[in-house]
Design a protein around this ligand. Structure first.
Ligand code: ATP
Length: 330
């Protein structure tokens, strides 16, 4: 039996956590869960939304599933997500966006993988108030981080039989920072002659994505554009309720949905657990249990094909009822 950390956050976090644990246990994933609460609920008792014990647990188990964690605004805490990614050096954010069966969307056969740099850019959090009317944020791009994320994207493309990596920047305006990111991607691309290399500006990329998403394969982006473009891609395949994600580093990986804690539907049993379930399937692949992952995917796809869906996809199943239907199909 393998121990895996489960970081339980807030908002819809506990609801989708119960769902995914029930499904993985029923599928015979052979996992013992090391449940670690994080977020607003633990601040009062432990003085931080992300106590040290959470890092210790991920370091011990090497892999984790995480539900969204709200970072309280204006209380002086750094973003929990940013902290976790920085501290564990989870430098690659991988967000595959692929149509799901029977989920109605504008386009069919969308199959895009977003590879987002996860440790720097405007997320480095270097900001200052110059005076009452002026604030400054500093965008950090380094050769080291840009090269390793480009290598990650190309390696991913090779391993997963992808044909193209397209680097997305605004190098015509941010000539030095995005220019460096682009330059690194160009250099790395020369080591992968079997993969087509393409360059696009982020504004044009967004327009092309909504007009003709099928032209894209693997997208490689700095942190901020990656965040925005991956939400756009989530919209192409049915919304945040179905968009999976993973934060991967050399030593550890944390699997989490693209969406946030969705406070507007928290506690209402309305959340779609598909995004976290698909992220968990990736976790199973990561720990070498793809057999169980395939079984879960099959049961999920059968459920969707039978027209059983949560409200965000136009259905009328609650989170718990939807979960029960997947379990019944395992
Ligand atoms: P963050 O800044 O933490 O990413 P946010 O407020 O930008 O959070 P989300 O919390 O992801 O965004 O919510 C955006 C919208 O998507 C909300 O209306 C929310 O209800 C919906 N949503 C997000 N996740 C789900 C889900 N799993 N199932 C159904 N609806 C969801």
């Amino acid at each position: 039996m393998r121990e895996i950390t489960f970081i339980k956050g807030d908002g819809i976090g506990p609801e989708i956590a119960d769902s995914v644990i029930a499904i993985l246990d029923k599928a015979g994933a052979d996992i013992s869960w090391d449940i670690q609460a994080a977020g607003e609920a633990v601040i009062e008792k432990e003085g931080s939304p992300l106590p040290q014990r959470v890092f210790d647990s991920v370091k011990k188990n090497k892999a984790a599933i995480k539900t969204p964690v709200t970072t309280p605004i204006g209380k002086g805490f750094r973003s929990v997500n940013v902290q976790l990614r920085k501290e564990l050096d989870l430098y690659a954010n991988l967000r595959p966006c692929c149509n799901l069966p029977n989920v109605k969307t504008r386009y069919n056969d969308v199959d895009i993988v977003v590879v987002r740099e996860n440790t720097e850019d405007l997320y480095a959090g270097i900001e200052r108030q110059i005076d009452n009317d002026t604030a400054e944020s500093i965008k950090i791009i380094t050769r080291k981080a840009s090269e390793r994320i480009a290598e990650f994207a190309f390696d991913y493309a090779v391993k997963n039989n992808r044909k193209e990596v397209c680097v997305v920047t605004k190098a015509n305006i941010c000539k030095l920072s995005d220019g460096l990111f682009l330059d690194c991607a160009r250099n790395v691309s020369r080591n992968y002659p079997q993969i087509n290399f393409r360059e696009i500006l982020v504004d044009n990329c967004c327009m092309q994505l909504v007009q003709n998403p099928n032209q894209f394969d693997v997208l490689l982006l700095p942190n901020l554009y990656g965040d925005i473009v991956s939400d756009l891609c989530a919209g192409l395949i049915g919304g945040l309720g179905v968009a999976q994600g993973a934060n991967i580093g050399k030593d550890y990986a944390v699997f989490e949905p693209v969406h946030g804690s969705a406070p507007d539907i928290a506690g209402m049993n309305k959340a779609n657990p598909t995004a976290i379930l698909m992220s968990s399937v990736e976790m199973l692949n990561y720990i070498g249990n793809s057999e169980c992952g395939d079984k879960i995917k099959k049961a999920l796809f059968k459920t969707l094909n039978d027209g059983i869906m949560t409200a965000d996809l136009g259905g009328n199943y609650s989170c718990t009822e939807f979960t029960k239907q997947i379990v019944a199909r395992l």
